[in-house]
Design a protein. Structure first.
Length: 441
């Protein structure tokens, strides 16, 4: 700390010498004055001995009273702590959420780029499953495209930080490491991002509504992505944005498939595919929770030509027993009925999670085509998939690192949906006609 130069105290200028006075305020004279002046140093000496003895006395410890002189540091507004985030959202951290400790912000030092609502989108990038502990050369492939994405969607497992400590230290460290990744930093400097979460940035593998650290994880999610919560944290992180002028609007709907999802049914030998879970026809179980279902119905009624409905877990896939909407079949049917009943045109499902890439389609009862792009992972490939090639699969399975691209040709009224490799080259693609997916003229 630099030394301060203090201004001269004007009250100390030309002060008269101190004079001894009697209790009635009158000055003392003669012997009385001398006695008083002798008494002053004696009193001061006694006070000094008293203070010295006091400092040698035992100090309170443990749960005893806090000394008056003790001060608690206040976090700097430039580096908000978890406690700062809790106060700003009005959500206190309970005992189950861990102790509040001052720390540096986990957000990247250079803020995420924003995108104006009026921006016309013609190319959108999509990715999931980005391990902060591994190299990320795929961003070079994204940045090396002949035309960079106007927007990039991170759709879950954007870090791997499963929480084992009550204070969320593992997830905090994961975000901090991801914020310092140079390859991601280069992409962030060039492209605006939007994000939702999946289980590993939620903080627990396959975790759902019963997860005890979900509010803590939500606080960290908003801090890292430098996004203000749109509702109290216990009510979910889902949100939506619309970009572009009328006639060329793209709506991005980010679902929260974690905060309210009911427990899944463990697989039995009767289920034919590999994995951990099997479908259960239980109307009491939910994927989104009633409040989010109501919100989604409202969003599907918002005017837009193209709608990217982002679910961190797969919607249409049938050929495996891992996390997917098919584990709660009544919820998946509710989703397709809602798309139909709101007459929402131009819907394209987008998902991640699986460490494979693929494309799927289904024809709705109203005759419209509902397609899904699954893209995973950006740098954590697991090798060839054991998923069954069930009828909804309309592409090959991409098991190497990949990212998705959605190219919109507003003039030709087509969508090109592709999976691209680590070098940016196209591996799989499908073409979707605007009329087939219900985009209104």
């Amino acid at each position: 700390m630099s030394q301060e130069t203090r201004p001269e105290d004007p009250h100390k200028r030309d002060r008269p010498a101190a004079r001894a006075t009697a209790p009635d305020g009158q000055p003392l004279h003669g012997a009385a004055t001398s006695a008083a002046l002798v008494a002053v140093p004696i009193i001061m000496l006694a006070l000094g001995l008293t203070l010295a003895l006091t400092s040698l006395a035992p100090q309170p410890t443990g749960s005893g009273p806090t000394p008056v002189a003790t001060r608690t540091a206040t976090p700097s507004p430039q580096t908000p702590s978890l406690g700062t985030a809790a106060r700003s959202t009005g959500e206190p951290v309970g005992a189950s959420q861990g102790a509040v400790k001052a720390r540096s912000s986990i957000a990247p030092r250079i803020p995420w780029r924003s995108l104006e609502p009026s921006a016309l989108l013609v190319r959108i990038g999509i990715g999931s499953c980005l391990d902060q502990r591994k190299p990320q050369p795929i961003w070079q492939g994204v940045l090396g495209l002949d035309q960079r994405p106007d927007l990039f969607l991170m759709i879950g497992d954007n870090v791997y930080g499963d929480i084992k400590s009550p204070d969320g230290a593992e997830l905090i460290a994961a975000y901090a490491e991801q914020a310092s990744q140079p390859e991601l930093a280069a992409a962030r400097a060039a492209i605006p991002f939007l994000a939702t979460w999946d289980d590993h940035d939620y903080g627990g593998n396959d975790a759902g509504a019963s997860y005890e650290y979900r509010e803590l994880a939500a606080r960290l999610f908003h801090e890292f992505w430098q996004k203000d919560p749109e509702r109290p944290l216990e009510q979910g992180i889902h949100y939506a944005r619309v970009f572009g002028p009328p006639g060329q609007r793209v709506q991005v709907i980010m679902l929260d498939t974690r905060s309210f999802r009911s427990d899944l049914e463990k697989k039995t030998s009767a289920f034919p595919h590999w994995g951990k879970y099997q479908p259960v026809a239980d109307p009491a179980r939910t994927m989104l929770g009633e409040a989010q279902w109501t919100w989604l119905g409202e969003q599907l009624a918002v005017p837009a030509e193209i709608r990217l409905l982002v679910s961190s877990v797969q919607v249409l896939a049938e050929g495996h027993g891992f996390e997917r909407w098919g584990n709660l079949p009544q919820e998946r049917e509710r989703l397709t009925r809602l798309i139909e009943s709101t007459d929402a045109g131009g819907v394209l499902l987008v998902s991640g999670d699986r460490h494979i890439g693929a494309m799927y389609t289904r024809t709705l009862d109203n005759g419209r085509l509902l397609a899904e792009l699954t893209t995973s992972s950006l740098n954590r490939a697991y090798g060839p998939s054991k998923d069954a090639r069930t009828p909804e699969v309309v592409s090959g399975f991409v098991h190497q690192e990949n990212f998705g691209l959605i190219d919109i040709d507003w003039t030709a009224r087509t969508l090109s949906v592709s999976l691209n490799g680590i070098d940016g080259n196209r591996i799989e693609a499908i073409e979707l006609d605007f009329d087939a997916i219900g985009v209104k003229p």
